[in-house]
Ligand binder design. Sequence first.
Ligand SMILES: [Zn+2]
Ligand SMILES: [Zn+2]
Length: 111
Amino acid sequence: MSRSRRTRLLCSWFDMLTTSVSAMTPDPNTLRRTDPCSECGEMMLWTQNAWVRGDNRAAAYRCLNGHVTDPADTRECPACGLHDTRVVSPGGAGPSAHMCNQCGAPFSVPN
Ligand SMILES: [Zn+2]
Ligand SMILES: [Zn+2]
């Protein structure tokens, strides 16, 4: 194998490695909730399969002590796609009002 071919291979291998690493490690800021845990005050991180109800598992915010927030209270912001949102007013019969902690966008979720 000639020297130039080996260099090219190394480069493409390095490209592959760096792109997969950046895809595998999302920015921790996008996973961290602005509001602390309502039970113990620790910071909360968006965690896959944290919310368990029967056979259903869903991603939810979980604190360092294992408290999990109902994902219904942290709906995905339609503007920025994050779940760092809060309920402004529970809807009751009508749609509930939510607000994004990251971008400040208000949005509503029909019941
Ligand atoms: Zn907690
Ligand atoms: Zn947002």
